[in-house]
Ligand binder design. Structure first.
Ligand code: M6R
Length: 620
């Protein structure tokens, strides 16, 4: 995790670096720091526990000026969040400064050796060994010293390094953590992610594993670990920084929830020409796909819930056996995966370490790996055999919303594409489903229009929950129940709520209630029941009755116009428009997201940056 940024140019480096850090805070925000060359061979470093704003406050009191510098926003792995453990880390001579994203797995051995050799360490971090290793190898050429140092490292890293004796350049390197170069005019940038620098340049070079880069005022060089020059042409970024800003919403999460109709429209426009479904970047042949005997879907968190929904879609429409697993479990259970397996990995960021490791494991075992991913140029897309971009646009809030529905939508289209290839579904049914799919953006809009106004019903339910909680029901929690293709949505609703409101929440297949969870039901739990019209509707009605009979509070998500279900004495009702049951997860996701949002809002928590989390989890 962590975000790094570097700037060499003629402008105020501090302002650029701080702005860059703020745009990278989704990667971690427990401490931040900056090192800049302040002129006349001066070199200053400031670090502070807390968010980037804390560092800004320090810089207001003790300003720094300079045109070259590096900066960091941290998500702790080794060492508690503190001023001392914040980056940049310096060597013994205080001439070398390093910011790092990743984990150095052999840091303890390196540290022990460096201590014996006379180096003094100040922090508990793994990163500090990098500064001392570079110091050890430095003989007048920073790039050379960095090259020698990274050869000693095991683990993952993206680093930016400066040396007081070379105050005109920044050297960077990467292995399994993202790093991009922004190419400007008389200025150049390094960063973990594009939004940090997009305001200044659209010309981006993706740094690859085992590359060493060096940027100064008017040149950029990329070399291999053996020192061979690598020619790179910058790619033009065609999305806008406003897409990465709040656009008038109080939180990124709310903005991203409201972007979902447009995301769906974009996916439809990109993937459908009439009734033809196409994935131009797929890079897997029809033969590869047709000969697939089984499909494995692997992902983490929200992306896993999308994948689990994909299992229901793919099995129903392609009649191919599918299993879905979390990446961290897949890896260690000796999975049965071979050359007749299509492994689908799903990731918003494309940098999730567990998913990357699972992907590598599956490839080792001969599977073809297809990535469904939101971030162009990310590690997962580069290492997979094939890729389908999910086109959600930059997602900033830690709680994933639009990336989830984009993953679902992409899985729906891929399912129908594969069903057509395999001849597993009649052409008439495919056409019927595609025509229903094209209505989805309008249906999402209908839901959002209804819940847009201040004081909307879901916001009101959240208020009631807080009041109930404060009236002494502090044992209250949320239970999410659903069946069939909406069961993963129950898991996702619970994840969303606990992630941002810190209230205990659990998702369960409603049929499993009687096998244990029903013991939890009294007046404390708020039970969110997904009870829209479906083949399991009657069963869900029975589950609602079971909850009501035990004094549970029911929040039911129902199909608009279903008056009948209200006779069950529901405490709270959320309507969603009628849609083919197959696509209902896309609609139901929205009220689940909104409920989590409004509960967290009531409790006054930091919605976009919940505690202990980071947007991109690049550690295993
Ligand atoms: O970038 P990825 O999609 O691979 O991330 C996977 C999970 O870390 C992510 O979905 C996480 O669960 C979200 N914070 C959920 O809102």
């Amino acid at each position: 995790m962590c975000g790094i940024v570097g700037y060499v140019g003629r402008r105020d480096a501090v302002a650029i670096l701080i702005k860059g850090l703020k745009r990278l805070e989704y990667r971690g925000y427990d401490s931040a720091g900056i090192a800049v060359f302040t002129g006349d061979s001066g070199f200053a470093c400031k670090k502070k526990k807390g968010k980037v704003n804390e560092l800004s406050r320090i810089l207001e009191q003790e300003p720094l000026t300079g045109n070259i510098g590096i900066a960091h926003t941290r998500w702790s792995t080794h060492g508690v969040p503190s001023d001392t453990n914040a980056h940049p880390h310096l060597d013994c001579s205080q001439e070398i400064a390093v910011v790092h994203n990743g984990i150095i797995e052999n840091f303890q051995e390196l540290k022990d050796t460096l201590i014996i050799e006379g180096h003094t360490f100040l922090s508990e971090t793994d990163t500090e060994v990098i500064a001392h290793l570079i110091e050890k190898f430095y003989a007048g050429d920073l790039e050379d010293a960095v090259r020698k140092a990274v050869k000693e490292l095991h683990g993952s890293y993206a680093i930016c390094v400066t040396h007081k004796k070379e105050p005109y350049r920044i050297v960077g390197a990467r292995l399994d953590s993202p790093l991009v170069i922004g190419v400007g005019e008389n200025e150049n940038f390094l960063a973990s992610d594009i939004p940090a620098i997009l305001e200044y340049t659209r010309d981006i070079i993706y740094v690859q594993n085992n590359e060493i880069v060096s940027i100064d005022l008017d040149s950029v060089s990329v070399k291999s670990l053996d020192g061979m020059k690598i020619e790179k042409t910058p790619e033009k970024i065609n999305w806008d920084i406003t897409q990465a800003e709040k656009g008038g919403f109080p939180h990124f999460m709310l903005k991203e929830i409201f972007e979902q109709p447009d995301v769906l429209r974009k996916i439809i426009n990109t993937r459908l020409s009439g009734e033809n479904i196409h994935f131009d970047e797929l890079n897997l042949t029809e033969d590869d796909l047709v000969k697939t005997r089984n499909i494995a879907i692997v992902a983490c968190g929200t992306a896993y819930h999308a994948g689990l929904t994909g299992k229901y879609m793919l099995e129903e429409c392609t009649r191919t056996p599918v299993w879905a697993d979390t990446s961290s479990e897949f890896r260690y259970r000796d999975p049965i995966v071979g050359d007749d397996t299509l492994m689908i990995v799903i990731s918003q960021s494309g940098e999730t370490a567990d998913t990357l490791a699972a992907l590598r494991e599956a490839k080792k075992r001969g599977a073809k790996v297809l990535a469904l991913c939101n971030v162009l140029g990310s590690s997962i897309t580069r290492e997979s055999d094939g890729v389908i971009f999910t086109h959600a646009g930059p997602e900033i809030a830690v709680a994933s919303t639009k990336a989830y529905t984009a993953q679902l939508a992409t899985l729906y289209l891929f399912t129908l594409y594969l069903a057509r290839l395999k001849g597993a579904l009649s052409e008439a049914r495919i056409k019927e489903l595609l025509s229903e799919f094209k209505r989805i953006p309008y249906l999402l809009e209908e839901i959002l229009t209804r819940y847009k106004v201040d004081g909307n019903e879901i916001a009101h339910y959240a208020k009631d929950f807080k009041a109930y909680y404060e009236k002494g029901h502090t044992k209250s929690f949320f239970l999410y129940l659903a069946r069939n293709i909406n069961y993963p949505n129950a898991l996702e609703g619970a994840l969303k709520l606990k992630e941002i409101s810190y209230i205990s929440a659990e998702g369960y297949p409603a049929g499993e209630m009687k096998h244990g969870p029903i013991a939890l039901i009294d007046e404390n739990p708020w039970v969110v029941c997904i009870a829209t019209k479906s083949r399991t509707y009657d069963k869900m009605r029975s589950n609602i009755q079971e909850v009501k009979a035990r004094n549970g509070i029911v929040v039911a998500i129902v199909t608009s116009g279903d008056e009948n279900i209200r006779s069950l004495g529901l405490n709270y009702v959320i309507d969603v428009p009628a849609v083919d049951e197959f696509f209902s997860p896309l609609l139901i996701a929205l009220p689940l997201q909104l409920l989590a949002y409004y509960v967290a809002l009531e409790f006054g928590y930091d919605i976009d940056q919940p505690r202990n989390l980071a947007k991109s989890v690049t550690v295993e």
